[in-house]
Design a protein around this ligand. Structure first.
Ligand code: DGT
Ligand code: CA
Ligand code: CA
Ligand code: ZN
Length: 600
């Protein structure tokens, strides 16, 4: 069994327990282990072969070890099955709606026997929710918004999930140990929205180039046969001469096209899209007396090939500078390429530090030292350890006293982890009224103050705008983290005046974050571009909750690239001293005294 599958069963058990009214500690223990399994590199099946090793995993005691073994042996979990006799499985989907917690889900089920998104939507439309205890008109509206966004999002997947699935599939196609046909394969390249780095992916498009001399139909057929034997396939949707489309058990559709090497550039260009970008390029080709399709750029008369091997040569023939895939969305890239105004996009290797992460001091899973060592292994020059503040009780947030102790711990850890600078940071909560969750005296002790919202997310536009403005005006705030609070496919952005917030942040020297955690990607591409246009300081941070999450940096970078960001826009591409100088300066003693009087 895959780790993911075991995690899903544990997570569903946790959710069902929550609906069933279990105490928080009980269902959190299942959730925590589920999260752990998602991020574990080693297979849980292998770990289970050694019971001692299993119990060494954080959060896995004797009981949890037994539960995991039960799941691996039986493929399911008795407690989950028992709860599913009591409640319909569709309640789990309802739980995913924002603004419907377990209490309300249970209440709707008990009162109306309603257990589906459609059912809840109907109740909201009929105005039946507003009268209920604990609901109200506002909450009814929010529920309606949530059901609509849930319906919109069906059929799309998070970027990281699509990438993992594509990687696995590509490795299978190229694996010569599994099939002799793989020897004919030269390369497997993702195209479509995955290559453009969109935050959600509809389906996976893979291009398979055949080795020269091995691009005969019999080789292509052999590769197709092999692809159709992929173990994850639920259904074959199409099997043509050089195309295979399949539906995987995981829900993904994968479109694979086999092609000759000399068509690779034209095919990659065509299947990378976006559709509207392709249309513009084809129009341009026509104006020049050529025709562009997925095989080549050719002359209209006579069909002589003008270009086709590489994207670069096709763009060049069309009189355009090369356009990076992330920019192919028809938001000005053709004009920029025509006028030699293409941005030089930021790259993963430009990043020198990570400015948001959590340790065991709050809800992270690794120690300060472990985070430091892992970051050092990635070649980073600095990181900021930014655990939560006390308002986030579910994440064991730190009060003033614990924050001061944590600073000491970070300073002590620095001695043990040389070769990378460990900055003492905090992710301090922005409270409902816009003030910060820790005193200015304590904030003054920190190297990096990251501020963010984790509560009262449904405030109206005016209140939310004022709240974030309040945080920006606190002289200790240096970075606003995950500024819109949206969760990809799960939760909409806060409602506030983005232009006003960006203007205020710019004026006060506050940087905004592009949170690289694939569930967040926040700020997203269009907002990052707005920030760039204002000449703002931007950081890309992973929000890592364990050492493996550092790998999410690439999703932040790809999102930044979609926002047209260059190295100079991103301050954590700077060497340490320049980075620290780019952060909003700490108030001098006099100013901080004034701020203290004001807050008192
Ligand atoms: P997705 O899968 O919804 O996340 O988005 P894409 O962009 O991957 O779209 P998809 O998979 O339908 O098609 C992949 C690329 O193939 C698309 O970006 C452009 C190209 N393509 C597909 N169908 C057409 C078409 O009818 N006309 C043009 N010009 N290009 C197309
Ligand atoms: Ca696609
Ligand atoms: Ca497709
Ligand atoms: Zn956070």
């Amino acid at each position: 069994m895959e780790n993911k599958e075991v995690a899903r069963i544990l997570r569903e058990t946790a959710q069902l327990l929550e609906i069933d009214g279990a105490i928080i500690g009980r269902y959190r223990s299942y959730e925590k282990v589920a999260e752990l399994l998602y991020s574990l590199h080693e297979r849980i099946e292998d770990i289970c072969k050694d019971p001692k090793k299993l119990r060494e995993l954080p959060g896995v005691g004797e009981n949890m070890a037994e539960h995991i073994c039960e799941i691996l042996q039986t493929g399911d979990y008795k407690l989950r099955q028992k709860l599913l006799k009591k409640y319909p499985a569709s309640l789990l989907e309802l739980l995913r709606l924002q603004s419907l917690g377990p209490k309300k889900v249970l209440f709707l089920w008990e009162t109306f026997q309603v257990s589906t998104i459609e059912g809840v939507e109907k109740l909201a439309r009929e105005g039946k929710l507003r009268e209920l205890p604990g609901f109200g008109e506002k909450s009814e509206q929010n529920i309606l918004k949530a059901t609509e966004s849930a319906k919109r999002s069906t059929g799309r997947f998070k970027l990281n999930a699509a990438e993992d699935e594509a990687d696995k599939f590509a490795a299978y196609i190229k694996n010569t140990e599994l099939s002799k046909s793989a020897a004919a394969v030269e390369s497997v390249t993702p195209a479509g929205s995955l290559r453009r780095g969109r935050e959600t992916i509809g389906d996976i498009d893979l291009l398979v180039t055949m080795r020269p001399g091995r691009d005969k139909q019999k080789d292509v057929d052999a590769v197709a046969e092999h692809i159709l034997k992929y173990p994850g396939i639920d259904q074959t949707l199409a099997h043509g001469e050089n195309k295979v489309s399949v539906l995987l058990g995981s829900g993904f559709q994968v479109d694979v096209r086999m092609l000759a090497k000399e068509n690779f550039g034209a095919a990659l260009l065509y299947f990378t899209g976006s559709k509207s970008h392709n249309v513009a390029l084809r129009g341009r080709a026509l104006d020049m007396g050529w025709t562009l399709n997925e095989y080549a750029l050719t002359t209209l008369k006579g069909g002589k090939v003008v270009a086709g091997k590489s994207e670069e040569e096709i763009y060049a023939k069309l009189g355009l500078d090369y356009i990076e895939p992330e920019l192919r969305e028809m938001t000005g890239e053709i004009e920029a390429a025509e006028n030699h105004k293409m941005p030089k996009l930021v790259r993963l290797q430009d990043i020198r530090g990570d400015l948001q992460m959590h340790t065991t001091a709050s809800d992270g899973r690794n120690s300060i030292e472990e985070m430091g060592e892992a970051a050092k292994a990635l070649g980073y020059e600095y990181i900021a350890l930014t655990d939560h503040s006390k308002a986030v009780t579910v994440a064991n947030g730190m009060d003033e006293k614990r924050t001061l102790a944590q600073i000491k711990k970070i300073r002590a850890a620095q001695e043990r982890v040389p070769g990378i600078r460990l900055l003492a940071g905090i992710e301090v909560d922005i409270l409902k009224n816009g003030s910060l969750d820790l005193s200015n005296e304590v904030l003054a002790q920190l190297d990096v103050v990251v501020a963010s919202v984790h509560s009262y997310m449904q405030l109206d536009r005016e209140a939310m705008t004022d709240r974030i403005l309040g945080a920006i005006e606190n002289p200790y705030t240096q970075i606003i983290a995950h500024p819109t609070g949206r969760l990809v496919l799960r939760r909409d952005a806060f409602d506030y005046d983005m232009e006003k917030i960006l203007d205020a942040a710019k004026k006060n020297g506050v940087a905004v974050e592009c949170n690289a955690y694939p569930d967040r990607l926040d700020l997203k591409d269009v907002h990052l571009r707005m920030a760039k246009q204002r000449g703002m300081k931007i950081v890309i941070s992973t929000d890592a909750h364990n050492t493996t999450h550092f790998r999410f940096m690439k999703y932040g970078v790809i999102t930044a690239r979609r926002g047209w960001l260059e190295k100079k826009d991103v301050i954590n591409t700077l060497p340490l001293d320049q980075f620290l100088a780019a952060l909003r300066p700490k108030p001098t003693a006099a100013v901080s005294k004034a701020a203290k009087t004001k807050s008192a």
